[in-house]
Design a binder for this molecule. Structure first.
Ligand SMILES: Cc1cc2nc3c(=O)[nH]c(=O)nc-3n(C[C@H](O)[C@H](O)[C@H](O)COP(=O)(O)O)c2cc1C
Length: 304
């Protein structure tokens, strides 16, 4: 009932572990796959080893998380072992999505070339991280720059599908999504975290060490939902709905808006990896109770 085709990949269900929640650690990613995620995404890999920002780097607030982990990465040259171990995912038939970033277009290409050599099932481009010194969100705020990065990576990635990850902070995420598709993106993720800040009144300063961060979790859902809804029909490639999914109804909402996959991040952080089984079970129950036999019957239905 929930089996899903995404960029020629066959998934047992439409959920995917969002990037950055389980690092690049093979053991953790394999565990999440075994616990029911339809696909798993590695934390974004960058060109050089990087420690990320000081603590506090992740805080929980009333409606989700605010993080400025600052893209810590071992650097692509130090991911050999993880990719080797992650081959185990092939046996349990859970696709591996690698995620990459750079501080400029040429770095994206450098990392993409290496990562493509490791043959993941797809590569996601984090052109939308809101807490880097180089203002990472800016890539996905600009259709031209996004086009340049996607088309460059597409050239070096060969047959591996490319996913462009949008930012809700763009004036027109739809224009950026369309530009990414034109540049050769095989799927669009809508979307990354929303830039934000929380101030500790007693300390009289921002709580995060990096001051600003990316807001995720329940408060993000209506924002990213609108992007998925507006993107549907404007692009032909599949869309990943991501932001604030914690249960089956949240995921179904994204599917009804037009999403093919449903990314789950903060809910795994908060509730553990059992959230995948819970979400898919609730999706199935709702579909059955409402007389549907396949998830595809409700995809985009909110547009009718
Ligand atoms: C602690 C943390 C780290 C993250 N790291 C990355 C990352 O490395 N690359 C990326 O593309 N997105 C990263 N994200 C964004 C998530 O992948 C996801 O797009 C976002 O949190 C929205 O989904 P959610 O509301 O389910 O968490 C991170 C999010 C969190 C909370």
């Amino acid at each position: 009932m929930l089996k899903t085709k995404f960029c020629k990949l066959n998934l047992n269900n439409p959920t995917r572990l969002a990037s950055g929640i389980m690092g690049v650690n093979a053991g953790q990613l394999i565990r999440v796959a075994k616990e029911g995620a339809g696909a798993v995404t590695m934390k974004s890999i960058g060109p050089k080893e990087r420690k990320g920002h000081k603590n506090p780097a992740v805080i929980e607030w009333n409606h989700g998380l605010l993080n400025a982990v600052g893209l810590p990465t071992p650097g692509y040259k130090n991911t050999e072992e993880e990719f080797e171990e992650l081959k185990a995912l092939k046996k349990i038939r859970v696709p591996l999505i690698a995620s990459i970033y750079g501080s400029k277009a040429s770095e994206f290409l450098e990392v993409a070339e290496y990562v493509a050599g490791k043959n993941p099932d797809a590569i996601e481009l984090d052109i939308s991280c809101p807490h880097t010194e180089w203002g990472g969100t800016q890539f996905a705020c600009d259709p031209e720059i996004s086009h340049k990065i996607v088309s460059g990576v597409k050239d070096v990635a060969g047959k591996i599908p490319i996913i462009a990850k949008l930012t809700p902070a763009a004036t027109s995420p739809i224009a950026v999504g369309v530009a990414c598709e034109e540049a050769g993106a095989d799927a669009i993720c809508a979307a990354n975290t929303m830039p934000g800040m929380i101030i500790d009144v007693d300390a009289r300063k921002p709580i995060l060490a990096f001051k600003k961060g990316g807001m995720s979790g329940p408060a993000l859902k209506p924002i990213n939902m609108k992007i998925v809804y507006e993107l549907y029909g404007k692009v032909k490639v599949p869309i990943i709905g991501e932001g604030g999914i914690t249960n089956g109804k949240d995921a179904l909402e994204y599917v009804m808006a037009g999403a093919t996959l449903c990314g789950i991040g903060s809910a795994v952080y908060k509730h553990g990896s059992g959230v995948f089984k819970k979400t898919t079970k609730e999706m199935e129950q709702w579909l059955k109770q409402n007389g549907y036999s396949k998830l595809s019957q409700v995809r985009g239905i909110a547009h009718e």
